[in-house]
Ligand binder design. Structure first.
Ligand SMILES: Nc1ncnc2c1ncn2[C@@H]1O[C@H](COP(=O)(O)OP(=O)(O)O)[C@@H](O)[C@H]1O
Ligand SMILES: [Mg+2]
Length: 410
């Protein structure tokens, strides 16, 4: 070990001197923006996006871009990467600003504008203070315009996961600001959505003011997923990854759609599992455990986010499954159990028809599986419902909801 004269560290055997498995875990953080040579298979998207934003580098108006694509297709990464390069490429005398807003977090117009103003404002240049909260939306807009005019010729604003924003006014006002004479600075917007046709579903005023080009990101294939992970293999200590780890993680991540987020999550998790087991190497079994864990996480998110009535319906199905040897139940039986739960918890009881719709929604989300069984000419068609995940796990997750906690079987 080299000793650092400025360090007072004492070697204490209680603590390990380095990590056995990871050498730079940060490379596997989802928000981490890798260097250009670690980005796989997105040259075309990068150059198309750059073309649209080219104006910004010269101090005139960039175009707006709407990026569509499923989760983990590199939308956030490519947007941040291109912004970084635009800042570096700014021509002499051109001042470019860029800002990233996560609309999942800043999901109201006021929050997003106050965040934008705070992020773009350099107090030492503008002498403007942007308070975190407390101002009206219009005051925040005024501060934003002022800080932009005081600093920049052009700005590029990323509005990530814009479909989670509870209002479209932000998009409209930002797109109109220059034309409406509110600012001298040009604004280019990169709006990102997992949901296709986001703009088509906004109102007419937004549609007409947000002039834009569209970019579609395709899922990765298993080869690209492998390469993405291999490019980050230096997150691990030398020789720690067994050969089959990356291909297997890629195969899992390619199963639903080619999702790089899932690939990297599984890889990181596999490393954590191996570490906790005290293993010397990350092996196939660790990847399998990590995959199961990722599935459970995804499932928990689905169940946690479900409306109360859907939770009651799922709870009914879990009660039946836990207390019986069968795992699939006729809708009428699940409904009887659901009624008992609602009465007990003092909840409204939905009609059988609405109840069926709820089960269908849950089937669509991949929580429940519905099978049609034909009971012959007299019996007609019946539906059988089955939980996809382990009923105990579902039950525990539902009972985490304070509104459901009073339910106790037996
Ligand atoms: N082409 C790529 N090359 C390298 N890493 C990638 C690539 N695409 C995505 N990633 C990584 O996968 C994860 C998810 O990507 P992200 O950009 O967040 O996807 P999206 O925004 O489309 O959901 C991030 O950690 C990102 O760095
Ligand atoms: Mg993203």
């Amino acid at each position: 070990m080299t000793s650092d004269p400025s360090s007072n560290a004492v070697d204490d055997p209680l603590f390990e001197s380095g990590h056995r498995i990871f050498s730079n875990k940060d490379l596997l953080k989802i928000g981490h923006v890798p260097e250009a040579d670690r980005i796989v298979g997105r040259d075309e998207e990068i150059s198309k996006l750059a073309k649209r934003l080219n104006g910004a580098v010269h101090g005139y108006s960039p175009e707006n871009v709407m990026i569509y694509g499923k989760t983990g297709t590199g939308k956030s990464l490519v947007s941040m990467h291109v912004c970084q390069r635009a800042r570096n490429a700014a021509q002499d005398g051109v001042a470019i600003g860029t800002a990233y807003i996560d609309c999942a977090e800043d999901n109201t117009e006021t929050q997003a504008i106050s965040s934008l103003a705070a992020k773009l404002n350099d107090e030492s240049v503008t002498d403007i203070t942007v308070p975190h909260t407390g101002l009206s939306t219009s005051k925040y807009y005024k501060l934003l315009w002022k800080t932009l005019d005081a600093q920049f010729d052009s700005v590029i604003i990323i509005l990530d996961e814009i479909d989670l924003m509870n209002d479209d006014s932000l998009l409209m006002k930002l797109s109109r600001a220059e034309e409406a004479g509110k600012i001298d600075c040009s604004i280019g917007i990169i709006a990102i959505s997992n949901k296709i046709q986001y703009v088509d579903n906004t109102n007419e005023r937004v549609k007409s003011s947000f002039q834009h080009k569209e970019l579609f990101f395709k899922p990765y294939d298993a080869n690209q997923l492998r390469e993405i992970m291999l490019n980050r293999a230096d997150a691990f200590q030398d020789g720690v990854l067994s050969d089959d780890v990356v291909p297997l993680s890629a195969a899992f991540a390619a199963q639903e759609h080619g999702d790089a987020r899932k690939a990297i999550d599984i890889l990181r998790h596999a490393g954590e599992v191996a570490y906790e087991e005290g293993a010397e190497k990350v092996r196939e079994e660790h990847v399998r455990q990590a995959q199961q864990h990722a599935e459970k996480d995804r499932f928990r998110e689905l169940v946690n986010g479900a409306p109360t009535q859907a939770k009651a319906a799922l709870l009914a199905l879990t009660e039946l499954s836990v207390n019986s040897d069968d795992d699939a139940f006729l809708t009428s039986r699940v409904y009887d159990q659901y009624e008992q739960i609602c009465e007990y918890l003092d909840m409204d009881i939905l009609s059988v028809r609405r109840f069926r719709d709820i089960l269908k929604e849950q089937a669509f989300l991949g929580v429940v599986e519905i099978e049609k069984i034909n009971k012959g000419s007299a019996g007609g068609i019946h539906l059988q419902n089955r939980l996809i995940e382990d009923p105990q796990v579902v039950r525990e997750t539902i009972l985490e909801d304070s509104r459901m906690q009073n339910w106790n079987s037996e």
